[in-house]
Design a protein around this ligand. Structure first.
Ligand code: ADP
Length: 164
C-alpha cells in the first residue's frame, strides 16, 4: 500500500528532544504528532511502573492495536514519538530519526525533570552506549535510520528544516 506521506518515528533516550522535534516537525509538515507515552498513560496500556527505573511496563499488543486502529491511516503523515522503536512493525515506518545528545546536556535536562538515582543512571548509560541508535539499526533498514544531534535550539531548527 503506497502512502501519500511518510510515517516517521522520532526516538531516543528521554530528554533528548523527541517531543520538541515532533511538535515542530508536525507543525511544519502538517503531520500528526502521536505521543506514544501519552497514549500509554491515557489508555492504561501498561502494568504500572517498574519500581527501580520508573519506566512504564507497556502492554505492547494493546498499544499496537490501538495505534493501528486510531492513529495510522492509509495516507500516512504520522509522527510517532517514543523512547523505543523496535515494537513498531517495519511496514508502518518510512523514516526513523534517532536524536542524540551530549551527556552533560542530557544530565542537566534529566535532573531538571527530577530524574535521579537509578532512573537517571540508566538513562545516562543508555545515551552514552547509544542503545536506541543500535535498536533502530537492528530493527529497520539501514537507509531509513537517521541519527541527528539535539544539543541546541539551532540543532532543532536545522533538523526540522532538513526533514522538511
Ligand atoms: P523528550 O521528548 O525526548 O523526552 P523533550 O522534547 O521533552 O525531550 O525535551 C526535554 C527538555 O530539553 C525540554 O525542556 C526541551 O525544551 C529541552 N530540549 C530538547 N531538545 C533541545 C535542544 N535541541 N536544544 C535545547 N533544548 C532542548
Amino acid at each position: 500500500m503506497a502512502r501519500k506521506n511518510p510515517n516517521i518515528v522520532i526516538t531516543g533516550t528521554p530528554g533528548v528532544g523527541k517531543t520538541t522535534h515532533a511538535e515542530e516537525l508536525a507543525r511544519n509538515l502538517g503531520f500528526r504528532h502521536v505521543s506514544v507515552n501519552q497514549i500509554v498513560k491515557d489508555e492504561g496500556f501498561h502494568e504500572g511502573k517498574d519500581a527501580e527505573t520508573g519506566a512504564w511496563v507497556v502492554d505492547e499488543d494493546k498499544l499496537l492495536d490501538h495505534l493501528e486502529s486510531t492513529s495510522l491511516s492509509a495516507t500516512g503523515g504520522v509522527i510517532l514519538d517514543w523512547h523505543a522503536c523496535d515494537l513498531f512493525p517495519e511496514r508502518w515506518i518510512d523514516l526513523v530519526l534517532v536524536l542524540r545528545c551530549d551527556s552533560t546536556t542530557l544530565y542537566d535536562r534529566l535532573t531538571a525533570r527530577g530524574y535521579k538515582g537509578k532512573k537517571l543512571d540508566e538513562n545516562m548509560d543508555s545515551e552514552i552506549m547509544q542503545v536506541l541508535l543500535d535498536e533502530a539499526r537492528e530493527s529497520y533498514r539501514e537507509e531509513i535510520v537517521v541519527e541527528l544531534r539535539s544539543d541546541s535550539v539551532e540543532d532543532v531548527e536545522g533538523n526540522v528544516e532538513r526533514e522538511d
